[in-house]
Design a protein. Structure first.
Length: 126
């Protein structure tokens, strides 16, 4: 399943913190804005579903943005994913698959909340 913090860390490790924060911020703002526009202008059920999808897509990027903001710099990101970077090819394939989960509505927020509350309760998170 998706690991939002590691996914953000590997993006920062390769592309830099500023770029990734901008990407995730635009992902949140523009997706929600486009979704809201489509919802308000919808005249059919398919348009409503499309608008709702874009809103949930923006909500998927919110935990990713929070994770990216929590990572201080590129070195911190590399330290977080150091074990994964030993085998660059496998790490790239695994995180490419995980990034596809960002297209599934509300997956990232649900996983992030589960990890957050799971770690607070002392239970190991997946």
């Amino acid at each position: 399943m998706i690991q939002p913090r590691k996914l953000a860390a590997i993006d920062i490790a390769f592309l830099g913190r500023t770029f990734i924060i901008a990407e995730f911020a635009f992902g949140v703002v523009l997706s929600i804005a486009l979704g809201a526009f489509i919802l308000f202008r919808s005249r059919s059920p398919m348009q409503f579903v499309l608008g709702l999808y874009f809103v949930t897509l923006g909500l998927n990027y919110a935990p990713m943005l929070l994770c990216a903001l929590a990572i201080k710099d590129r070195e911190s990101a590399r330290a977080e994913v150091a074990d994964d970077l030993k085998n660059h090819q496998q790490a790239a394939a695994r995180y490419r698959r995980q990034s596809l989960y960002l297209l599934v509505p509300l997956v990232a927020p649900v996983v992030a909340l589960r990890e957050h509350f799971g770690s607070r309760a002392g239970t190991p998170s997946m």
